[in-house]
Design a protein around this ligand. Sequence first.
Ligand code: GCW
Length: 673
Amino acid sequence: DEDGYELWLRYRPLPQAHAPRWNTIVFDGAPSATVRAAIDELRRGAQGMTGKDLALGTRVTDGAVVLARAGKLPAGVDGAGLADLGREGYLLKSATVAGKRVTVIAANDDIGLLYGAFGLLRAANTGKPLDRLDERSAPKLQLRVLNHWDNLDRSVERGYAGQSIWNWWELPDVRDRRYVDYARANASLGINGTVLNNVNSKPEILTAPWIAKAAALADVLRPYGIKVYLSARFSTPLELKETKTADPLSPEVAAWWRNKADEIYRAIPDFGGFLVKANSEGQPGPQDYHRTHVDGANMLAAALAPHNGVVMWRAFVYAAEKPDDRAKQAYDEFKPLDGKFARNVLVQVKNGAIDFQPREPFHPLFGAMPATPLMMEFQITKEYLGFAMHMAYLGPLFEETLTSDTMRQPGGLTVAQVLEDAAHGKRPTGMAGVANVGSSRTWSGSHFDQANWYAYGRFAWDPQGSARAFAEEWATQTFARDPKAVQGIVDMMMMSREAVVNYMTPLGLHHLMDTGHHHGPGPWVDNLGRPDWNPTYYHKADRQGIGFDRTARGSNALAQYAPALAARWSDPRTTPPELLLWFHHLPWDYAMPSGRTLWAELVGHYDRGVAQAEELRTRWERMKPFVDARRYDEVRERLDVQVKEAHWWRDASVAYFQSVSGLALPPGARPPA
Ligand code: GCW
């Protein structure tokens, strides 16, 4: 059990002073499968943390944990505010009922009770005072979804954690117990949806045998409040030779999708809906028929609407035919469509306008489509941040995007608020995370990558949450409760992403990874078929300078941001240094606020990145007394790789830029290894 399989649900023994004094679980009525899951989890947690086996009863005793739906709260328990918490929210309360000290988990629905049970276990596991509980929690977004990029042959696009956990071959008859553990982990965070297959989809997924497999998974996940969704390939009916076209305005095509939706809902009555990647990186879409994203999305939405399903239509589009600036294309295509999508369509937008880079400014569509529900798409799997080899806690990346001020409203409008605000217009809200889960024993390919799944789920529940707080929760539950250990591990996590930015793409540089696989440096690559796949397209380094000019003198991508923000970022002096070369092409001797030249500063960042990677390893060595031997070694092994690859990134990048600029290493720079 030191192999990481238990994730953050380890429930290790608590010291006597902090141990919960629970002794029974009380539930009045016949428990549903969801309530049974809550009871099982409470028993598992109590067994682990206190060694006690909690009996299930109906009479309130001292030390009872009472699961109660609204209307069935024990007399004397104040359920004020419960009504505002929706289906999924919950209250945790210490209370005295008929003279007995009890802990109450109250909710409007069974799924709220399950979330409350996980909330209570988290409180116990992280040392919250359990005799004074008064917590209320409800998700701020409705759809909190994982996107699996899992193929039907069990390979995973951008997956670094082994094969897909979906054993398609054995499904639907064989249901791996691991699916239940997957459901528990997700439910513990409030994740309530999962898209089973890759957005680069295949027609087969929508045929009867595959619908049956998806239905089997839906049955396993349902008690945990998790709905199943599928990625739909736009040309499916045509490719299956069941229609003569895939034109969304053809009645034959619309009828095919309606029948298909009806067929899916017969097998999966609570099916979530479709995720669609259309007219993007070679995927088919409505534009193949000179139709718009709206035509395509609304046709599918009409098929799903009678069943309350949704369409999550991705805005990740860019075309080689418009090569001036890839960063502008999603906004150019989607902004004019604001307000035209059907009510059950969400437009799913990546956090930044290029592609899941170590750092990007927030996507300009956030705040620019007030009449359309925008769903955030983060990438949990680390395609551009060293795969599952480098330690890079993504909490700060998520937080940085969510707290960014779009300046679209006087007084400010953060990206998190944009996501939440659609609810006011009674439109769906949501967040998607490209999953980093596979069949590896650690689930995520490394111990620390589990934290990215964790933080994603917590941010989906509360986009205004804190990366550090989530890291503390995770580290306490996963590794050790000793405050020194928690502090040490959290500090490592909090510095790790910036380390990666520094040794890969500092000062706003982006997309310099070697091509195709995206691991390791490749700033020199300049020979690909499409200009916008070449790293040289993004850094534009030459003898004179470096950076992508996105001001009015260049691509003018800046004009896609709110005027006040565009004005601020159009001047290099008022552009935050971490975004400098994203927006500006500057001479190598440009004077930075530090007084150093741009060149010296750039090399300084690469050097700092290497030093930070080394620092991570040193800090981990100090954690040795707190961590079991196996996990200690497994993390240590990866940190060695990270240090080696940080040097590789630094040496290769600096040498390449020198070859372009002809400049010598600035004084004080680290000599190459
Ligand atoms: O990040 C890029 C990846 C592709 C991916 C694509 C997308 C699923 O390199 O592998 O395809 O984006 O998000 O659609």
